[in-house]
Design a protein around this ligand. Structure first.
Ligand code: MG
Length: 382
């Protein structure tokens, strides 16, 4: 029986993880749940799993959460409570699905304590990839198992393979709702258009990032650090059916792919069960019914996110953090109706040019750069 701490329990990944965990009660129990604002969902999962600790990241929400479930479990609040939970000797696996930068410190501490970290938070590697992978290598545990579908796919393709065999890693992209649109029409797309993802059902931020292909840009950065790859060893290929998640190209030209239905529970289950595999009834892609798998080369002129990613991959240091922060603010401004869809790219490009790049030294330094990029992105007129 593996004990799991789930950080970001009430988001899209967290709720899918709750589903996986509730169907695999012989393998897993939930030790801790942490989330920020959605107290009703925290209460639902508390009744489902009877965890020993439930934490809200928000000081303001703490009294309300205490009143709701304080009779059933130990209720905590803030970063200290989260760090305490992930380092508990009782915990085997930490699933980190926190959106934003507050997942970085818990992941570093969990690695230090030798926990298996099932990692879904993009920001952890995008901002602090060098620091986090250093901690993963030094960890007495098995380190990080990626939960993002593409990285889980790469991880599975690489299992048991020698490094010298590897030539290139290809991440697949669905292409999002704007894949076949003209550039001008994309720049003026509405929020409703951007939220209409053709294959995946995900949270709002990641859905908009898929439409701009900024999601793929962030995933390229993640892959660079996770698998220790250079910009030239990374590529993107569009598979609109979202059945092929990753391709690993070997030095004889063979391509090894990982395929599964587009369901986040697949990668979550593997992240939790690694190195075992859970049985998942009815989950195989029916290739006969799907009929065809298409592939397209992405157009980085139409989707400048891929050009930003190339710069961030080659330069490294604090540039990926700047790209991520500027994008987050730009997406908020797009959702608020302040800028058009093309404005997201204009903001990200400008902020990446404005802030001098530094080598990654410490979490404090990275968070300061993150704050600076956010401030610039918030005030830019585009
Ligand atoms: Mg993904």
């Amino acid at each position: 029986m593996q004990k799991v701490a789930v950080l970001g329990a009430t988001g899209s990944i967290g709720c899918n993880a709750a589903d996986v965990l509730s169907h695999n009660r012989d393998e897993f129990s939930v030790y801790a749940l942490a989330a920020k604002n959605n107290l009703a969902e925290l209460e639902r999962q508390t009744d489902l799993f009877h965890p020993e600790r439930v934490i809200t990241a928000s000081e303001e929400k703490f009294p309300a959460l205490q009143a709701m479930i304080g009779d059933r479990t130990v209720v905590g609040c803030g970063m200290e409570a989260m760090l305490d939970a992930v380092q508990s000797p009782e915990v085997d696996i930490v699933l980190c699905a926190i959106v934003g930068t507050s997942g970085i410190l818990p992941v570093l501490k969990a690695l230090e304590a030798g926990k298996q970290v099932a990692l879904a938070s993009k920001e952890v590697l995008v901002l602090a990839g060098e620091l986090v992978m250093k901690a993963a290598k030094a960890s007495p545990g098995c380190g990080i198992v990626p939960v993002d579908s593409e990285h889980s796919g790469v991880f599975q393709c690489l299992a048991g393979r020698r490094r010298e065999e590897l030539r290139k890693v290809w991440l697949t992209a669905s292409g999002g709702p704007f894949r076949t649109w003209e550039a001008e029409k994309i720049r003026n797309a509405s929020l409703t258009d951007a939220l209409a993802h053709p294959t995946w059902s995900m949270g709002r931020k990641v859905t908009i990032d898929s439409a701009s292909m900024m999601n793929k840009a962030l995933e390229l950065i993640e892959a660079k650090y996770l698998f220790d790859l250079t910009a030239d060893q990374l590529g993107v290929i569009i598979n609109p059916q979202s059945v092929v998640h990753a391709l690993v190209e070997l030095n004889d030209g063979s391509l090894i792919s990982q395929m599964s239905i587009p369901d986040m529970r697949m990668a979550i289950a593997y992240g939790l069960s690694y190195p075992q595999r859970l049985s998942f009834p009815g989950s195989h892609p029916d290739l006969g019914a799907i009929g065809k798998l298409e592939f397209f080369t992405p157009d980085s002129k139409k989707f400048p996110s891929l050009e930003f990613a190339d710069a961030a991959l080659r330069t490294g240091g604090t540039l990926p953090a700047v790209m991520n922060a500027a994008n987050e603010v730009a997406v908020d401004r797009f959702c608020a109706g302040e800028i058009n869809f093309g404005g997201i790219w204009r903001i990200v490009g400008k902020v990446m040019d404005m802030i001098p790049v530094e080598p990654q030294e410490s979490l404090a330094q990275i968070l300061a750069v993150d704050a600076e990029a956010r401030a610039k992105a918030a005030e830019l007129q585009v």
